[in-house]
Design a protein around this ligand. Sequence first.
Ligand SMILES: C[S@@+](CC[C@H](N)C(=O)[O-])C[C@H]1O[C@@H](n2cnc3c(N)ncnc32)[C@H](O)[C@@H]1O
Length: 224
Amino acid sequence: MDRLKTRLDNVFTFIAQDGSKRLATKSLIPLRDEKTITFEGEEYRIWDPYRSKLAAIILKGSSIGIKKDSSVLYLGAANGTTVSFVSDIVSEGTVFAVEFSTRAMQDLIRVSTPRMNLVPILADARHPVSYKNMVTEVDIIYQDVAQREQAEIAMRNAGLFLKQDGLLVLMIKSRSIDSVKKTSEIVDKEIKQLESSFDIRELIDLEPFHLDHTAVILQKVFYI
Ligand SMILES: C[S@@+](CC[C@H](N)C(=O)[O-])C[C@H]1O[C@@H](n2cnc3c(N)ncnc32)[C@H](O)[C@@H]1O
């Protein structure tokens, strides 16, 4: 089987038996109970784009600039599924993972415990001042909170934590914001609120992996 290095550190693509292109990461910790694939005697974790929107945007060819030494603020970490892959990618960096559900946090703590670069934070992303003392300045904010006030949450967090020229990756689920309006109208409205501080780099429709979802990648160019 051929392994293809992607433009991203610690991420690989391969062609599955059904002919589809798949992603895998080099695990930061020993693997247990995971779907894996072996290349040249080394095990890799298979990363499912139907379960992770970040995997979907990478498979769709996004140029998201995440590197092995990046620091990432991840808003809406849930039970840590995608966060664990981000932790694999930033093997020499740090992931600050914010989640406000206490139920999800129990799983997130289990995922974080063996991973020295993953910091779980039980907090509400709408109030970033509450975790100001736990988070450093970051290269990337990844926001997947399925909330109405996407742009406001992004601005508040980017103002406190995102480096100048840093990237904001926003996952917009149109039905969580408005069930009647068209996806494009909803995405435009959110972007309009961010235009004063960010340049828009990419808009990615996540179909067929995730319906009604758009990923927006923006770069912070002005002080907030
Ligand atoms: C769509 S899920 C995230 C899935 C996750 N990013 C993944 O790929 O594995 C949204 C998560 O955001 C969390 N969330 C929603 N609003 C939040 C807020 N204001 N602060 C922190 N977490 C929030 C929810 O509890 C939920 O776990």
